[in-house]
Design a protein around this ligand. Structure first.
Ligand SMILES: [Zn+2]
Length: 281
C-alpha cells in the first residue's frame, strides 16, 4: 500500500538539504511526499541583518518570491508536493517595540527558542489549521541541530500540534531528521545529549542515484548555496562526503548504496525503508 508522508521544514531548503535523498527513495518506492515549509514570508522595513543576508542571497527585490520558486523547482525535481505556510522568517520578525528580534547572525543560533512562545504557538496553529496532520502516515521534523531559532521553533510547534490531536497515535508518527548543513559544520557538539537523548537512531540504505537527485535538487536553491557553502563545488563535496560517513557495525552495505540516518521515538519498523537498527534499540 502506498503512503503519504509529510516533511516539515523551517525554511525553503531545509527538508531537501537534510533529507532530499531519502525523500527521493520514498517517491521511487511509490509513496506520496509533501514538504511543508513554515517560514516563507518576509516583512517590510528590513533590518540591517536582513539587508546583509539579501545581498548574500544575490537577490534584491521579491526575495521570498524567488526563494519560493527555488523550492518549487527543487521539490518538482523530486516529484513531491509543496506547501508554504507563510509565517515570517526570523530575520524579518520584530519585538513589541518594533525593533528587529535578531540584529546579528549569531543571535539566530542561541538555542533559546523555548522563550519564543508566541512564535511557537503561531507555528503550531498554522500546522494544525493549514494541514490535516491526521492524513499523514509519518511526519518528519527537524532535530534542530545547530540550534537555529526557527528550526527549534518548528520542532517544538510540530510536537505540540501533534500532541494536541485527540488521536494519540498521531504523535507517535513523528520521526526526527538531522539538520544539514549544520550537522556537517560540526559546531553543535552537544546535540546528541540535548536533542536526541530520548530517540533511537535508525539507518536506511539508499541507492547512490538518490544522492545524485538530492544534490541536483539542492542546486535549485541557488540563493542559499552562497550563504551556506560559499560555492556549488563546496556544497557537492560536503554533502557527498557526509552521505558516506555512516557505517554502523552489523550493516553490510550493498554496492552502490550508502547509509542515511533518522531518529525515531517508536519501534524501528515504524520508520519507512529502515534497514538497520542498532542492537540496543
Ligand atoms: Zn533552515
Amino acid at each position: 500500500m502506498n503512503h503519504h508522508y509529510l516533511f516539515v521544514s523551517a525554511h525553503l531548503d531545509d527538508a531537501i538539504i537534510s533529507c532530499g535523498d531519502y525523500i527521493d527513495s520514498l517517491v521511487r518506492a511509490g509513496h506520496r511526499v509533501t514538504v511543508a515549509t513554515v517560514f516563507t514570508d518576509t516583512g517590510t522595513d528590513l533590518s540591517q541583518l536582513a539587508r546583509i543576508l539579501h545581498k548574500k542571497f544575490g537577490l534584491s527585490t521579491d526575495v521570498m518570491k524567488a526563494r519560493r520558486e527555488e523550492d518549487l523547482n527543487a521539490c518538482g525535481l523530486l516529484g513531491v508536493d509543496t506547501i508554504h505556510l507563510d509565517l515570517q522568517e526570523c530575520i524579518y520578525r520584530k519585538d513589541r517595540s518594533g525593533s528587529p528580534s535578531y540584529k546579528k547572525l549569531e543571535d539566530l543560533f542561541r538555542g533559546d527558542y523555548e522563550t519564543k512562545l508566541d512564535v511557537i504557538s503561531k507555528a503550531a496553529e498554522v500546522l494544525s489549521t493549514r494541514l490535516c496532520l491526521t492524513d499523514y502516515d509519518r511526519i518528519y521534523i527537524p532535530l534542530a541541530i545547530g540550534r537555529h531559532v526557527d528550526h527549534g521553533i518548528v520542532r517544538i510547534a510540530s510536537e505540540q500540534a501533534t500532541q494536541s490531536i485527540s488521536d494519540l497515535e498521531v504523535s507517535s508518527r513523528l520521526i526526527y531528521y538531522e539538520d544539514l548543513p549544520y550537522l556537517i559544520y560540526g559546531q553543535d557538539t552537544q546535540w546528541e545529549i540535548d536533542l536526541a537523548h530520548n530517540l533511537h537512531p535508525v539507518y536506511i540504505s539508499l541507492p547512490r542515484c538518490s544522492l545524485k537527485q538530492k544534490t541536483a535538487a539542492i542546486l535549485a536553491y541557488q540563493s542559499q548555496i552562497r550563504l551556506l557553502w560559499h560555492s556549488r563545488r563546496e556544497m557537492l563535496r560536503q554533502v557527498v562526503q557526509h552521505a558516506h560517513k555512516y557505517r554502523p557495525p552489523g550493516l553490510r552495505l550493498e554496492p552502490s548504496t550508502y547509509c542515511f540516518r533518522l531518529h525515531a521515538v517508536g519501534a524501528p519498523d515504524h520508520v519507512p525503508l529502515a534497514t538497520h537498527v542498532p542492537a540496543n534499540f
